[in-house]
Design a protein around this ligand. Sequence first.
Ligand code: 13P
Ligand code: SF4
Length: 376
Amino acid sequence: MEHAIKSVEYDRPQGLTCGIGQAWAKVPDAPSREEKHELKERIRALLIREKAVLVAHYYVDAELQELADETGGCVADSLEMARFGRDHSAQTLIVAGVRFMGETAKILSPEKRVLMPDLDATCSLDLGCPADEFSAFCDAHPDRTVVVYANTSAAVKARADWMVTSSIGLEIVAELHARGEKILWAPDRHLGGYIQKKTGADMLSWQGSCLVHDEFKGVELDLLRAEYPDAKILVHPESPEAVVALADVVGSTTQLIDAAVRLDAKRFIVATDLGILHKMRLAAPGKEFIEAPTAGNSATCKSCAHCPWMAMNGLANLVAVLERGHNEIFVDPAIAARARLPIDRMLDFAARHKKRVQASGDLGKDVSLFSNVGAA
Ligand code: 13P
Ligand code: SF4
């Protein structure tokens, strides 16, 4: 398959400062309506033939989300994707998301075949935290408990004591802080800053960022809020502090959808990847969702609120991977065994604290299962 390539700039931390890195993403094909219909039919049949289940993130195309839901897979945040893949009986998992999600699925289910539509779908947080540099950072601070975000490579997780996702990071760090532990946090500086502020923990943070969320702007968001004073503001905590400060609710993707359903408001301003709007509109019909402003009025938008790597998941490459069985995720077994420890710690913590057991794919049932959705 031939693709146009676009170059992508991202934050590339050097020690405790931050430079700029250059990456690339493939520009997805846009099939016609007839082609879409035919591709979807083939995917439904191939999922049955391969006894495979589709595990998708809320930021991928609406068509992929619908296919996951209607074929018994799941559409979820990264915590639920990990848990769903681990607990499902299918021996082949198709992960429609970015690479760290496929790696986490493989680490949790080494006996399963984990395939992805495109193995080059990465994440600016993962790219901005190379394992060797991160390991040296950990070596320089041996007195700190190492907590890493899910959006990292298997090798970075293998260096950690805990892995967290945005839906549970706050509670885990709060508990570590209560035990008197000092934290070394990586890689997202905004999520780290948010958790630090909420918990008061002693946190030394890597300086990475998500190129989608880093672009949301506090000043412009404030102006938009003045235009729509009745709107509630929903913010993913990978966003900058000035944006989080304006939020009515800060949470993971699932938690933001939950809030859109639960809150008694007719209008919402949403500061996260616009892929989430599909599920929000389904879950909360009749409510209005407005995208939060990115990069100011005159600046060039780097992502325009859509992750260039999530966008690499399409119907055509999903068909190809199901037909050919290529694009399999492999993780070095020694690294996987070590990386599993911090992931299992998080999942055990979630089970102990009765975080949601499993995404059913039915938002009518899945909402209102969280305790830490709250104002900034
Ligand atoms: P969630 O765990 O909230 O789905 O976030 C994953 C991600 O990559 C957000 O940019
Ligand atoms: Fe990574 Fe940001 Fe894309 Fe999520 S949206 S996968 S954090 S680059």
